[in-house]
Design a protein around this ligand. Sequence first.
Ligand code: SF4
Ligand code: SF4
Length: 115
Amino acid sequence: MIDFGFGLSRSSAVRLDEVDLTLYRKLEKLEPGVRTCMSCGSCTATCTAGPWSGMSVRKVILDLQRERASAEGHGEVRKMLSACMLCGKCSMVCPRGINTRHLILSLCRIYEEKK
Ligand code: SF4
Ligand code: SF4
């Protein structure tokens, strides 16, 4: 094999038609507004905890939609949720009017039920 001096990372492509949306559907029932998220990132840009913890409501929602979060695991989503201070700034700037603070609480409840 020829050594080109660099490697290729694994593809991060997601087959959306094969994704297990169980967790996302549970959240959808509690917070139907999540369907209207357009991934604009306003919530992330204003997040008090973001700069030091990587917390991002936008990423939390995308991870759920792309099966990068699991109910059993202690993955990145749970780590981000634990950094949230529930200040509510993200709710105030969401152009879709999603109650992101409540969304975070609902998601924490879903994870708690799975314990
Ligand atoms: S601000 Fe609202 S619409 Fe924009 S990414 Fe965050 S939750 Fe989604
Ligand atoms: S409620 Fe949580 S996610 Fe929203 S801005 Fe405050 S710390 Fe960030």
